[in-house]
Design a protein. Sequence first.
Length: 443
Amino acid sequence: MEFPEKGTSREEITVQLSDAISRDADWRGGKIFSLVYFAGDEVADVLKEAYTTAFYTNGLGPGAFKSLKKFESEVISMTGDLLYHAEAAGNMTSGGTESILMAVKTARDWARAERGVAHARIIVPVTAHPAFAKAAHYLDVDIVHTPLRDDLRADVDAMRRSITENAVLLAGSAPCYPFGVIDPIAEIAGVAAERGLLCHVDACLGAYLLPFTERLGYDVTPWDFRVPGVTSISADLHKYGYSARGASVVLYRDRDLRRHQFFAVSDWPGGLYGSPTLAGSRPGGAITAAWAVLNFLGVEGYTRLARINMETTAALIKGINDIPQLKILARPDMSVFAFASDSLDIYAIADALDEAGWHPDRQQLPPSLHCMVTPVHDKIVETFLPDLRRATAYVAENGDVSTGRAATYGMLDKMPDRAAVRNVVLDSIDRLTQARRDSSARD
Ligand SMILES: *Cc1c(COP(=O)(O)O)cnc(C)c1O
């Protein structure tokens, strides 16, 4: 596509916008099970007002934008209060990946300064989000992935056995993305404390939901700052915080630790430059919208939404368990779970769900489908379950129907050469993000 010579009218921009957007997946109708966390039109209006009001502000300059200084510090202290450590020191970031990147950088630089560790190692269970591997890759840190126990939670003995001289950080999830279960954080943090290491809890999913399921009386494995030895936590506002995308929090038990996260240069002609996180300029809208939604919902609002998520999850799990060929992989600690089949090709079932207009998320190791339940799914229980029953019956009757996507997923899942599979993924990123050469090019 060529750079436009002349401008396009506002009307035409609007038409093209809505035309393109009309082809997106129907997230509002609950047809997707990840990516969007919608808490209803009223919350959306609050977010939009806050975001657009602060649209031009820049979090790089809290000196100029006193509003953002107030909003960000209040988001941090409200989150610290929620996670039982009012004195926690933290920053807002663009998302879970940046929060985790910052926690790993902090651990690396803390160990370098305090213990003289030249080449740091971090130890995480295989279910830890890829953001840890990405952080290790970017920061030149070694990462060891340890196996799970039978209940799909981190095997803490395996983590302990992976500790070497240069180990700096152990991490667990609350809960992990693939199976929605909380790792034994108290044990992980206990080992970390005993060996003089840091312990990060990835609560990107759980931080703004588990405190409220706990209030509702659900069992919650201890994971927050009440657990001794937990030194940092990542918490995504743009997931179950229901905020506008581009908002997460990374919290540290104390300010001395957080200081290792910062970056500053004193000899740049452009002036003295300091930056707390990865980003330079930061969207003030995302910070402001997060502040607005936390205040708008409060404990009451979040607890009401938590109840909907938990009851919808229970209804979906019951319906799935009633289908004889399907099984839930682990009883989830929250509203995130995976289901699989011992007898049928789950990827073929996913293809049949695609046909019925759903967008199930495929997982591997083992093959399964992933559900992230949000308030919009309340209304789809009655339509999703019959479609899932039909999809399962169809695959059961038609035997090996693995064609199309199911065939591809099935093959990639079984390929022993994981480096080759990585190349398949890299090729697909390349295809999906390349410039369009002509307007008829397909995605
Ligand atoms: C989503 C997620 C992340 C990464 O967050 P992004 O906002 O996508 O960068 C990290 N950990 C867990 C458990 C997640 O679910």
